[in-house]
Design a protein around this ligand. Structure first.
Ligand code: NAP
Length: 293
């Protein structure tokens, strides 16, 4: 039996690199993205362009989706030309978008009714993790379906972990984003503080990065701030989407997460200034350090 046919919907910052690894591993890929040009590089590598999510779902055995927001996920699965408009019996759908756990469960249930399987498998590790195939992948859903697609997930990630039933991947990702909110705030404030204190930023980063403060944000995003590079990486608009989901899920559990709420409000302020398409490292601009160096 040949390798399974792979479908890929969403070829943005993350999806393009991830799908590229799958093609490099020898899988035949069928791709769709809202803006066609963003799939050009993949088509040049041999991927087959499809004109809708439904067409991808009809041609592939295993379909990955990594789009932007919950409304995009809903359209890609439940829309008139969405995946579930095709005959999907026996297929596996893996949504890698960071989205609402409840939406994930809705997809899981509909897939079951249609004779298919669905997993939530959001990722962490950023644009760099996607490019270098070193993502952390956190999966929820049926364990047998997870085992079936594990060899493909291993092509894009270095840590692929089954978290539990449908939605458990998204909840794990929310825990991840709660940590990231804290580290983004800490790293940004440290850089503004160090700049005001007249420290050499590069030396400071190297020094504290080797101690207890060392973390992904410090290693990967602080150097971008130092260079004045505020391109995304990970877009502020997407991060606010994630923090709002986490705040709402926490409220549903009767919890309040004040540090998360504060960081979310700082990013919302950046959005209101029209900076939502910048990378999350632009938080320094909120605390007055746009030219930290
Ligand atoms: P992105 O660059 O905006 O990519 C999303 C892609 O999905 C875009 O190319 C977009 O099309 C496409 N899309 C959106 N709605 C669609 C639809 N209805 N039908 C077909 N295609 C659609 O975003 P990203 O940075 O790759 O992030 C994708 C997801 O992963 C987000 O949920 C994000 O929160 C999450 N994530 C991102 C990172 C990161 O560091 N970037 C890390 C972990 C998780 P257009 O080209 O038309 O916009």
């Amino acid at each position: 039996m040949g390798k399974q046919k792979i479908g890929w919907i969403g070829t943005g910052i993350m999806g393009k690199s991830m799908c590229s690894h799958v093609i490099d591993a020898g899988y035949e890929a069928f791709v769709f993205n809202r803006t066609k040009s963003k799939a050009d590089e993949l088509v040049a590598k041999g991927a087959v362009w499809c004109k809708s999510a439904a067409e991808v779902a009809s041609k592939a055995d295993i379909v990955f989706t990594i789009v932007g927001y919950p409304k995009d996920v809903r359209q890609v699965y439940f829309g008139d030309e969405g995946c579930f408009a095709a005959d999907v019996k026996g297929k596996v759908f893996i949504d890698m978008t960071t989205t609402e756990p409840t939406l994930t469960q809705e997809i899981f249930k509909r897939a079951r009714i249609l004779g298919a399987d669905a997993l939530d498998a959001p990722v962490s590790g950023g644009d760099r993790g996607a490019r270098e195939a070193t993502l952390s992948i956190m999966a929820g859903g049926d364990r047998d379906a997870f085992e079936k697609v594990l060899p493909i997930l291993n092509v894009m990630g270095k840590s692929v972990i089954y978290e539990g039933k449908a939605g458990a991947g998204q909840h794990t990702k929310m825990a991840n984003q709660i940590v990231i909110a804290g580290t983004m705030a800490g790293v940004s404030e440290a850089m503004v503080y160090a700049s005001s204190a007249g420290l050499d930023i590069g030396t400071m980063l190297k020094t504290i990065g080797g101690g207890a403060a060392g973390c992904w944000t410090l290693a990967n995003l602080a150097p971008r701030v130092e260079k004045g590079d505020f391109k995304p990486g990970f877009m502020i608009d997407h991060f606010v989407k994630d923090m709002r989901i986490a705040i709402s899920e926490a409220q549903n559990m009767g919890l309040r997460l004040p540090a998360l709420e504060l960081v979310c409000s700082e990013y919302e302020d950046l959005q209101s200034k029209g900076l939502g398409k910048l990378g999350t490292q632009a938080l320094v601009k909120e605390i007055g350090g746009s030219d930290v160096h």
